[in-house]
Write a protein that binds this ligand. Structure first.
Ligand code: ADP
Length: 402
């Protein structure tokens, strides 16, 4: 069995998979608001969902609670042989899943300046799990790895090149585990390997995939660049920040502004959640404008990628908004004239039941699909499929960092 952990700053997502064959999910847990008075847990075991409010002060306590819950439901946790950890930023060091040891943890810590909002929680999750499960293998899977195939002309910013060499300032891209999952599903099921994927959740990005590999993506040095997100601004003119600095904002306030107070929430002054904006749209011009800015930005990126790809066989929507929000998919597609996309009104608004669903008509220039993403499954698959080549890579890594 495999346990997959995804530790956020105040949340912990865990999934337990049977791995005798292809990974099969036995249970999943989402613990939110860790450290607050009441944390909320959603447990899904054998398709039964339970909700509980509990008190958990730390990720360690949350993980212990989850393990106890799993045991109480008859899951034999002694069968867990391998733990997979999602890590957001692996810099240029990690090209593939990597067995965790002291040197690897140090390297993940070294990436904290590149992802100060994410990597500290990931390191904490790893340390906690290694204490609780000291006898099993731990492997880190990085959101950035899938985008290491970007060419320098795509990942370099037009800044003095010394900044790349001294500080590793470049585009890294994120949501890589999700893109890899989608890419492999599309290749296997649809026989398509040149696609544009829109991962539209609270964090949102887009990726151009050619021959199964990422060739460009909208997030950059950090997950702040690109699309309009729940609370992140996405692309802005960097001069705005200098201007605000001169007008009394502190650096910390600016970090909060662009990461936590912008995006859908900042524009609408209502919510970062697209469902709330739909409800408010008829009465609120701000909610309406937030949705319009969001859709326009996605359409612009699709157009840019489509025009520069050598071939694009399909457009794919995934993640919370991408999988569930037919009106948003429709609004984005209606803004695109090249390629001209024709969504089927019936299949686009139906609740998506299959994990891959065609939502365009056969007159559409290219087909449009909704594909349900599953990052935890992908992590389970990658860590159990680790081959001798991965181990060799690991040896090289350790030798280099002794
Ligand atoms: P993340 O993993 O980045 O936190 P998710 O992929 O869970 O985000 O997506 C969250 C977003 O998806 C929210 O804006 C939410 O409104 C939207 N969303 C989730 N479910 C639905 C739904 N059934 N209909 C419309 N939007 C949804």
């Amino acid at each position: 069995m495999v346990l997959v952990l995804n530790a956020g700053s105040s949340s912990l997502k865990c999934s337990i998979f049977d791995t005798s064959n292809m990974p099969q999910r036995r249970a999943s847990f989402l613990v939110e608001r860790i450290g607050q008075e009441h944390a909320h847990v959603e447990s899904t075991i054998a398709d039964k969902v339970e909700h509980e409010d509990i008190h958990v002060a730390s990720h360690g306590v949350a993980l212990q609670w989850v393990i106890k819950k799993a045991v109480s439901k008859g899951i034999d946790i002694h069968k867990i042989q391998h733990i997979g950890h999602r890590v957001v930023h692996g810099g240029e060091y990690f090209l593939q899943p990597t067995r965790v040891n002291k040197a690897v943890i140090e390297q993940i810590r070294a990436c904290i300046p590149l992802a100060p909002l994410h990597n500290p929680a990931n390191v904490q999750g790893i340390m906690t799990a290694m204490e609780l499960f000291s006898q099993v293998e731990h492997t880190a899977v990085f959101d950035t790895s899938f985008h290491q195939s970007l060419s320098p002309e795509r990942y370099l910013y037009a800044l003095p090149i010394a900044l790349y060499h001294q500080h590793k300032i470049r585009k890294y891209g994120f949501h890589g585990t999700s893109y890899k999952y989608i890419s492999e599903r599309c290749k296997k099921v649809l026989k398509l390997s040149d696609i544009i994927v829109c991962h539209l959740g609270n964090g949102a990005s887009i990726c151009a995939i050619e021959n199964g590999a990422s060739v460009d993506t909208s997030m950059g040095f950090t997950p702040l660049q690109g699309l309009v997100m729940g609370t992140r601004s996405g692309d802005i003119d960097p001069s705005i920040l200098f201007y605000l600095l001169e007008h009394g904002y502190t650096q910390e306030q600016l970090v909060q502004l662009v990461n936590k107070k912008s995006g859908l929430k900042g524009l609408s002054e209502i919510s970062n959640d697209m469902r709330d904006l739909h409800k408010a749209r008829a009465q609120s011009t701000k909610a309406d404008m937030a949705i319009r800015v969001f859709c326009r930005r996605v359409a612009q990126y699709i157009g840019a990628y489509y025009a520069t790809m050598s071939r694009c066989q399909a457009l794919v929507f995934t993640a919370g908004i991408g999988e569930n929000d037919g009106p948003i998919r429709d609004e984005i597609c209606s803004l695109l004239h090249v390629p001209s996309l024709r969504l089927d009104p019936t299949s686009n608004v139906q609740k998506i039941k299959q994990d891959i669903q065609l939502i365009s008509t056969n007159t559409s220039h290219i087909p449009v699909y909704v594909v349900k993403t599953d990052e935890e499954f992908q992590i389970a698959k990658e860590i159990t499929g680790m081959s001798g080549a991965d181990t060799k890579e690991q040896d090289t890594f350790e030798a280099k960092h002794k």
